[in-house]
Design a protein around this ligand. Structure first.
Ligand code: ADP
Ligand code: MG
Length: 333
């Protein structure tokens, strides 16, 4: 985009010139027969695989605040949270579609930074932007992403596949993002690692793909560890016991929690980690470790599924039980 246009508003550039700036950024991909510019996109997935589709909405002042993140971070995160859903099925991302509701007074260079980061994150995951829709919004920025992936039907990691006595694992570390959000909301300084985890989540695609056919059930941690485990348990009709001392925490988070021990529950209950939470039969332990090693992704075994419903959490203070673990609920008052 020419430098003299940097401070232009979208209202000056117009919808069609804006869409042209998006297609100019794309390289093309063998599975996108028709991308931006026709009435529909025409895309393919490999023969013998099923189409996976996931959609996420990001709404200004509901999911993000403009003053807390850059447009580039927002573009990255809009891509990463959708890719994470494909990872959680053990699938491979293929194509995506981007719906944008943009306030007309938005600056072209800001939207351009969003698009550049969105496309860069999707492209790095092998996911081609194949279309979308753009309109003016009178109520803040609205981002709607649809991502298509593919996988072999019999190897998909569904939420309802866990069996009694399965091991429960989680990748990476938990809680950084939730503590960052808590500190932003309380207008306090945020340690850099925690802020990065909140604004720049990474979809665990390599691990997810390696766990296809190995994990008995899987979900990505978006609502919070306990809530998302609750989703697997409900769909698999099981209970679970987890040991909170085995839940992996980053060094910066441990340091912060030492100063704020009363906030420990944020790690278990806060969301937006985008780590993979999965179950696997004890007989699959070697295969699980191999999957993690091949994907160069750390994993921790944190508990076991049980026939008795509900979630039992072992803590230093004793045992706590939750009959119906829940996380963030958009319609709760
Ligand atoms: P239609 O009127 O048929 O909906 P549009 O004029 O809305 O077509 O869009 C023209 C083309 O631009 C379509 O191929 C559409 O997929 C693409 N497009 C529109 N907005 C976006 C966007 N935000 N990101 C990617 N592609 C887009
Ligand atoms: Mg349209």
């Amino acid at each position: 985009m020419a430098d003299e246009n940097k401070a232009d508003k979208l209202s000056t550039l117009g919808e069609f010139a804006f869409i042209d700036t998006i297609s100019a950024r794309l390289d093309g991909s063998a599975d996108v027969l028709l991308g931006i510019g026709d009435d529909c996109a025409a895309t393919t997935i490999p023969a013998g695989e099923v189409l996976l589709t996931s959609k996420d909405l990001l709404i200004e002042d509901v999911h993000f605040k403009r003053q807390w993140c850059s447009m580039s971070e927002l573009g990255h995160k809009s891509a990463a949270v959708n890719l994470s859903d494909i990872a959680a099925m053990g699938g491979k991302p293929r194509h995506c579609f981007l719906g944008l509701g943009l306030p007309p007074q938005c600056r072209v260079d800001e939207v351009d930074a969003f698009i550049a980061a969105f496309i860069a994150t999707m492209s790095a995951a092998g996911c081609q932007l194949a279309g979308g829709d753009t309109c003016a919004s009178r109520a803040g920025l609205l981002i709607s992403v649809t991502v298509h992936g593919s996988g072999v039907a019999s190897r998909l990691c569904r939420r309802d596949g866990a069996a009694v006595g399965d091991d429960i694992y989680v990748s990476g570390t938990i809680g950084d993002s939730a503590v960052a959000l808590y500190l932003l909301q309380h207008e306090q300084a945020v340690p850099p690692h925690l802020l990065r985890r909140h604004h720049r989540p990474e979809a665990r695609l390599a691990l997810g793909a390696q766990l296809a056919g190995v994990a008995s059930a899987m979900i990505d941690v978006s609502d919070g560890l306990c809530a998302d485990l609750g989703h697997i348990l409900r769909r698999s009709r099981l209970g679970a016991e987890i040991d909170s001392s085995l839940v992996p925490l980053s060094q910066p988070l441990r340091a912060w929690l030492e100063q704020h021990p009363e906030q420990r529950q944020l790690a278990l209950n806060g969301g937006e980690d985008y780590e993979l939470l999965f179950t696997a039969a004890p007989a699959a332990r070697a295969a699980v470790q191999q999957a993690a090693a091949t994907a160069h992704t750390p994993i921790s075994r944190i508990g076991t599924t049980t026939a008795t419903p509900g979630l039992t959490i072992l803590t230093a203070a004793g045992v706590s039980r939750r009959d119906n673990p829940t996380g963030f609920n958009h319609f709760a008052r």
